[in-house]
Ligand binder design. Sequence first.
Ligand code: FAD
Length: 468
Amino acid sequence: MQTVFDRNVDPDLIARALGSAVFGSMWLDIPRPDYPALPGELTTDLLVVGGGYAGLWTALHAKERNPQARVTLIEAERVGWAASGRNGGFVEASITHGAQNGKSRWPTEFEQLEKLGLANLDGMQADIAKYGMQVDWERSGMLAVATEPHQVEWLREGAEVGEGRFLDQAAVRAEVASPTYLAGLVAAETCAIVHPARLVCELARACTEAGVQIFEHTPALAVQREGRSVQVTTRAGVITADQVVLATNVFPSLLKRNRLHTVPVYDYVLATEPLTAEQLDRIGWQSRQGIGDSANQFHYYRLSADNRIVWGGYDAVYHYGRRVDSMYEDRPETYRKLAAHFFITFPQLEDVRFSHRWAGAIDTNTRFCAHWGLAGRGRIAYVNGFTGLGVGAARFAADVCLDLLDGHPTERTELEMVNRKPLPFPPEPVASIGIQATRWSLNQADHNAGKRNVFLRTLDRLGLGFDS
Ligand SMILES: Cc1cc2nc3c(=O)[nH]c(=O)nc-3n(C[C@H](O)[C@H](O)[C@H](O)COP(=O)(O)OP(=O)(O)OC[C@H]3O[C@@H](n4cnc5c(N)ncnc54)[C@H](O)[C@@H]3O)c2cc1C
């Protein structure tokens, strides 16, 4: 069975549209502050390793909790250069990678997780206002669209269980004019869009204004507990800290025990040139919601503040060996596929060109949402596994890390979701074989009215999976 995205698109149109797309995240094309490298040895109360959202929220909230504490953050490269500066900028309330995943894994605490997620999104909006962060925040909601007949029922069911308002074909096309849309589900309150890299830069500014010391170009090479402190080795010398948070996302964990828990999955994105008012008029999109389609292999897309369309997803590529490597980022066949799907979705925009193409690695775990842990007799906390939905969840994750280090039970630390870890991925070559089989099966399901084969149903029963 074919899907709507199997239609042929004129290869010349794709070549023309991609012809002048530069390689690199469009979001990072903004002035960004430089922070020095660590000059030598240092002693601190809290050391945060990793300068993405998770690390920066941890540092900022640590200072809020205890303004006197010495808080230091080290980043191997530059603040926000990785996933936090390359993502789609969808800020979802869900901390469980969507309702379906949360409900199936934690049925008894799901309602509480939803409440905590919404409070986190509201808290993030409040923090952004409090610190005067200029991040193009738009609380415009989320529109899920059906592009295949079987997905219409999924969206209707979503509306029935309170996930949003169902739109029939005419209503969804009145919102955003795509001939591929068969139905929609609007969740008005539970999603915002943001400029991802401005969020990183503004978080870093807020951190430094609160007294956090940030060092870039300072990879942590090893971590080890020494008596009542933790020693983190860097090229410049040892950092001695009372407590450490490892917010290193998809990069190899400094803790061996955590290494098999995530795999890097490459996600690819295109951005158009800014649309003129007349081009935007052709598709409507007055409410400026984030949009996602509903297959296993899905696209996500949104408008930027200057009315570019940021268009990503679909191919989620895992490479044998778990390596995070920039050589995987420029993948012409994926960019061509994304461009073709863009023109299938919006044929009325054939005069629009792409200005940027880029990719980033997603830290995928087998349960699709963050997991936490403590090491070094409770002095080292870590979080990983956001699986493509970490822009909002990273702030919640930071609070969990601080709670865990604090040692007093909180609502967050009592959650089963926080206390239980996902199963790790197996070592190679089994990981690769399993992931490729899962990807193949998901693609088959998308081409077979969503029906999951025996392999996927077995994984479902075991609570295992692969997602981006
Ligand atoms: C293309 C793409 C699109 C996405 N779209 C969305 C979206 O729309 N919505 C959403 O919610 N999520 C999305 N995500 C996921 C989201 O971007 C991430 O979950 C989030 O940015 C994770 O933040 P982080 O701080 O954990 O990780 P990162 O931003 O990866 O930061 C980790 C940092 O740690 C540093 N580091 C690692 N090891 C060391 C070390 N040993 N020493 C010092 N520093 C170290 C790294 O250099 C890096 O800067 C997307 C991801 C990608 C790649």
